[in-house]
Design a protein around this ligand. Structure first.
Ligand SMILES: CSC[C@H]1O[C@H](OP(=O)(O)O)[C@H](O)[C@@H]1O
Ligand SMILES: Nc1ncnc2[nH]cnc12
Length: 296
């Protein structure tokens, strides 16, 4: 395992609802990678796109078997890091909390409000305490390139969206939906948290492109969200989502300059070196490979 990231891009893509079929990769290989954090959502598919390595994982597993609250986000991020991913892109279905964000459009998300209640949200804990900064949870460089790629692929893309992550699996009540609007959230979903937190702990720059599928339930005159409507919009936009990934590959600079997020753990540990739990350290061989991984 590499201790430092190389100057080559290796883009991880986590495909959400409607994207379990994956992305089109050359020389694609399916690999089941195990993780000390338990079962990931499934195997990854790794291959190349325009000379760039991509590794894809279906967030809800093949056939969408795993609900948002049961996704093993830690194992998924650990596995992607273990594969050598340098940067991580999430393609997610989101509901809109704004009139101006219509179904079929895309939103580059840059902020989050976490309303999830029962998920493992850190790789660290008793025996090894770490606090990373999450003030700017998304990588501006990656998010900018992803949004530009989505536009080149024909998508209508809004910038600077705030995503409220709910526990689900039920959709919100109308009162909740209006409350989230009043908090300044623009879109709503069930999966970005704790994925964003864990990507940062794993020193992986992260960007999320939301595909707006519905208006949630804040519009009095409209019925609540139905999965069939969500899926209809997703299927109509799946081609653009795939074309976005291809456009991202085509638009990446040939050399990956380092990101400050590559060093997110640098000042995060607070547990004294001699008080750190060796068992905790052992399972961080991928997540914190820069610090605790085997060196070549
Ligand atoms: C099928 S609608 C609800 C479902 O869709 C979103 O998932 P993902 O972010 O993986 O695309 C949403 O967060 C819910 O999990
Ligand atoms: N309205 C909504 N609420 C939560 N998650 C969603 N995913 C897509 N639409 C959603």
């Amino acid at each position: 395992m590499r201790a430092e990231k190389s100057s080559f891009w290796h883009i991880g893509v986590i495909g959400g609802s409607g994207l379990a079929a994956g992305i089109d990769l050359e020389d694609a290989q399916e690999i089941l990678v195990s993780s000390p954090f338990g079962e990931p959502s499934g195997p990854v598919v790794t291959g190349r796109l325009g000379g760039v390595r991509f590794t894809f994982m279906a967030r809800h597993g093949a056939g969408h078997r795993i609900p948002p609250g049961a996704v093993n986000y830690r194992a998924n991020i650990d596995v992607l890091k273990r594969c050598g991913v340098t940067d991580l892109v999430s393609l997610s279905a989101v509901g809109s909390l704004r009139e101006g964000l219509a179904p079929g459009q895309f939103v580059a998300v840059d902020q989050f409000i976490d309303r999830t209640t029962s998920r493992e949200n850190s790789f660290f804990g008793p025996g090894l305490v770490a606090h990373v900064s999450l003030a700017d949870p998304v990588c501006g460089r990656l998010s900018g390139m992803l949004a530009a790629a989505a536009r080149r692929a024909g998508g209508d893309v809004h910038q600077d969206g705030c995503y409220v992550a709910i526990e689900g699996p039920q959709f919100s009540t109308r009162a909740e939906s209006r409350m989230y609007q009043s908090w300044g959230a623009d879109v709503i979903g069930m999966t970005a948290m704790p994925e964003v937190r864990l990507a940062r702990e794993a020193e992986l720059p992260y960007a999320l492109l939301g595909m707006v599928t519905d208006y949630d339930c804040w519009r009095e005159e409209e019925a609540g969200v139905e999965v069939t409507d969500v899926l209809a919009v997703l299927h109509a936009n799946a081609r653009t989502a795939r074309a976005t990934v291809a456009a991202l590959a085509a638009g990446l600079p040939s050399v990956r300059e380092p990101s400050p997020i590559d060093m997110a753990l640098e000042h995060a540990f607070i547990t004294a070196s001699d008080a750190r739990d060796p068992a905790m350290i052992a399972r961080l061989d991928a997540v914190a490979c820069r610090i605790y991984g085997e060196r070549d």
